[in-house]
Design a binder for this molecule. Structure first.
Ligand code: SF4
Length: 298
């Protein structure tokens, strides 16, 4: 049985950068607090936790007055920066530069009087940061059906959370474009024809779709390693499963099941943009130690 790790899996550069910033800051003597989990991966959080990184929520900022707080790759709304300043907190900003760019563009369109529509998940940290650029006024849609929520009488711009899937983004874009055009036929509102769509899905994520499909097809089974709360992990796992139904999602080695490896020649290990390389290596070793000898002996 061959066990191989997908060469194009692992951390995206935005996450690598955030972890490097955290590790640099952790080499100092002072405490470092991450606002929310630095990464959607419990094993990596544990590793950094042992180096002294503690996780807190926005509601707990008062408890760390005067200390250093790290903003993770997802970014934060302007209200968080204001609150930190009031409390004398030093911000270590590890927001991914791609996310910062989306925040800036959303703010610009909002200030220019546009209705901002964001394709994303309302509760996702990145979307909370994006919504904050519009004082919470942007409309968040996560499916074509949600287009009903959009006011068609206003000039509108559509953006995306960086980790969403491209096909749905383009379906939403087409739906909005169609309706806004329909509306123009019935009314004389020139403004309503003004519709922009900005595909702000990160290349680190979307570029992986095709590679993931290829990798999943090339293996008999796929072990997909990611934290269960990783949004990018969910999207990529669905792609793997579509290409190869024998794809299994695990967070750690303890979840591996012997029956998955029956009559299997090629096992592919892959993961989300938040999956550390060391964890995939660990899973590879676990598979080789626990399942390969038993199968070859049988
Ligand atoms: S997926 Fe893209 S936008 Fe998100 S943290 Fe990584 S590089 Fe940045």
């Amino acid at each position: 049985m061959n066990v191989s790790i997908d060469k194009s899996s692992g951390f995206c550069w935005g996450v690598v950068r955030a972890i490097e910033i955290a590790e640099q800051e952790l080499s100092g003597a002072d405490d470092l607090y991450s606002l929310g989990d630095i990464i959607h991966n419990p094993m990596e959080i544990h590793r950094l936790g042992e180096k002294g990184l503690k996780t807190i929520s926005v509601g707990e900022l008062e408890k760390v007055t005067g200390k250093r707080v790290l903003i993770r790759a997802h970014g934060e709304p302007p209200s968080t920066y204001r609150k930190a300043e009031e409390l004398g907190i030093t911000i270590i900003d590890a927001t991914c530069p791609v996310v910062t760019k989306v925040q800036e563009r959303i703010r610009k369109f909002f200030l220019d009087g546009y209705q901002v529509v964001i394709f994303g998940k309302k509760e996702h940290a990145e979307v909370i940061g994006l919504l904050g650029q519009t004082n919470g006024e942007a409309i968040v849609v996560k499916s074509v059906e949600d287009v009903e929520k959009v006011n068609l009488d206003r000039k509108t711009v559509l953006f995306s959370q960086t980790t969403m899937d491209k096909p749905t983004f383009y379906k939403i874009k087409d739906e909005l474009q169609k309706r806004i055009k329909d509306l123009v036929v019935g009314s004389f509102e020139d403004e309503a024809i003004e519709f922009h769509a900005k595909d702000t899905i990160c290349g680190q994520v979307s570029g992986r779709d095709a590679r993931m499909r290829e990798f999943a097809k090339a293996n008999d089974i796929v072990i997909f390693v990611a934290g269960r709360n990783s949004s990018n992990g969910k999207v990529l796992f669905e792609i793997a499963k579509e290409a190869n139904p024998r794809s299994y999602f695990v967070e750690e080695g303890a979840e591996l099941r012997a029956e998955w490896f029956q009559d299997v020649e090629n096992v592919g290990i892959t993961g989300a943009t938040s999956t550390p390389q060391w964890l995939m290596e660990q899973i590879k070793t676990a598979i080789e130690e626990r399942f390969v000898p038993a199968l070859t002996a049988g």
